[in-house]
Design a binder for this molecule. Structure first.
Ligand code: UDP
Length: 474
């Protein structure tokens, strides 16, 4: 990789599609301002199969699709005894990668800033050693950040575990009441190592000079205000926050004429008539659940475009690569034939952003990964919220109770979401007055998202402010 002698910004990425995509979008923002940027990605050691197994191909795909962006592959660290817990394994690899990132920074022309994924927070040590200003890039919502920043204080001043509070409500600054059971599973039990590691990460966030958040002010005004006022971190300084989103893929592939067949199928459907179901890059529902969804869709009578993945063998290992689904074996007998005229099932992957922007799409059943929420909001599509892993339950609380751009799929926290619930919620959004109100709210949110990214919009202004802080702009 050739870098010019201009100052360069180094983005330290965590592996994982939902983290890499917004990192690439951030890199484009720098390039558009004429600022050199490089994305440094960790390389997992050969003995850490599990957690990272699908990430290498994600990096390769993104790099091939974005030739103007430099990727630097950091060498795999020595990790003789991988932790048996895959989550801890990921954190270990990122921490052990810090020395090679440090060497990389030293090899470059002046580095204007380091921008770190939250999982790479230990890289703050490399920034301190080199005196390079360090910023975090938070790729989920401001609401999550407000809650997470508050957790070290909360844990220091309370006892007990979220897992024992169940649906009891937590009251944190800047966010609506959160059922304790909707907190990420890694913080449900403070006796676990994962919980200790996460709290340590959250406690280190204030060491950053600023935090870029992939959101826009209008959408999360209350959480952003609480962050700015320092209400989330009562005893320390809160870094400056810059809401620079929504940074989402802009569907360039479609514009270049590489159109996915499902978009032609959508062309033939009436406006706002299709239910789009897609559960992120890892979608993790069981075989029984797939059948239940199919029954619900069939009963609803509505058109649908459904991305199906093979169920994970072990639901706690949803991140492992899985084979292509055998649709005939997984879906109810005769389902594909009976719904042939009004439904399309895709294996593994859909061009989500293009689908959401298509005029035929009417509702989005989503797992509430933050990229998906931003993509749905920016396209003005109401969401049916079915959280599955990571911080998605927390996102669901905000999407439904605060942003009011979606409704919840009841049963998401039980063994099955019933077919009747699928039918009921699809009908609610597609046919009822409540659905109409939701669409009006989404139309406004779509407008506000576009405004935020327009010249002089809040997000581009925030990015300019950030560049001024870096002395990369007047
Ligand atoms: N995505 C896609 N097609 C799919 C599944 C996912 O394009 O079939 C994209 C989606 O548009 C989003 C990203 O992958 O940009 C998933 O990120 P998100 O934060 O929603 O969820 P995660 O995969 O991290 O759980």
């Amino acid at each position: 990789m050739e870098l010019e002698s201009n100052p360069v910004v180094v983005l330290h990425a965590c592996l994982g599609v939902g983290h890499l995509i917004p990192m690439v979008e951030l890199a484009k923002l720098f390039l558009r301002r004429g600022i050199s940027v490089v994305i440094a990605v960790p390389t997992p050691p050969a003995n850490t199969g599990d957690f990272f197994s699908s990430s290498g191909s994600a990096v390769a795909t993104l790099a091939a699709a974005n030739p103007s962006i430099s990727f630097h592959h950091l060498p795999p660290p020595d990790y003789p005894s991988p932790d048996p817990d895959p989550f801890m394994q990921m954190l270990d690899v990122l921490r052990l990668t810090v020395p090679s990132l440090l060497a990389f920074i030293r090899s470059l022309p002046p580095v204007a800033a380091l921008v770190l994924d939250l999982f790479c927070v230990e890289t703050l040590d490399a920034a301190a050693e080199t005196s390079v200003p360090a910023y975090l890039y938070y790729t989920s919502c401001a609401g999550d950040l407000a809650a997470f920043l508050h957790l070290p204080h909360y844990f220091a001043t309370t006892e007990g575990n979220f897992k024992d509070i169940g649906k009891g409500l937590l009251h944190f600054p800047g966010v609506p009441p959160i059922p304790a059971s909707d907190m990420p599973h890694t913080v449900l039990d403070r006796a676990t190592r994962a919980c200790a590691a996460r709290i340590r990460h959250y406690a280190r966030i204030p060491e950053a000079r600023g935090v870029l958040i992939n959101t826009f002010e209008w959408l999360e005004a209350r959480a952003v205000r609480a962050l700015r006022e320092g209400a989330c971190v009562p005893d320390r300084r809160t870094p400056q926050v810059y809401c620079i989103g929504p940074l989402i893929v802009n569907g360039e592939a479609a514009a270049k004429g590489e159109r996915h067949a499902c978009l032609s199928w959508l062309d033939a459907q009436p406006e706002r008539s299709v239910v789009f179901l897609c559960f992120g890059s890892l979608g993790a529902v069981s075989a029984a659940q797939l059948k239940e969804i199919a029954r619900g869709l069939e009963k609803s009578g509505h058109r649908f475009l459904w991305v199906v993945r093979s169920p994970p063998e072990d639901p706690t290992k949803f991140f492992l690569p899985r084979p292509e689904p055998d649709l005939d074996a997984l879906l109810p007998e005769g389902f594909l034939e009976r719904t042939r005229d009004r439904g399309l099932v895709l294996k593994m992957w859909a061009p989500q952003v293009e689908v959401l922007r298509h005029a035929a799409t009417g509702v989005f059943m989503t797992h509430c990964g933050w990229n998906s929420v931003l993509e749905g909001t920016s396209a003005g599509i109401p969401m049916l919220c079915w959280p599955q892993y990571a911080e998605q339950r927390l996102n669901k609380v905000f999407v439904v109770d605060e942003l009011k751009v979606g409704v919840v799929m009841e049963g998401y926290d039980e063994e099955l979401v019933k077919a009747e619930e699928v039918e009921k919620k699809v009908s609610l959004v597609m046919e009822s007055e409540e659905g109409e109100k939701l669409r009006e709210r989404l139309a406004l949110a779509k407008e506000k998202a576009a405004e935020a990214l327009a010249d002089n919009g809040s997000s581009l202004m925030a990015f300019s402010e950030f560049l001024k802080d870096l002395k990369l702009s007047e």
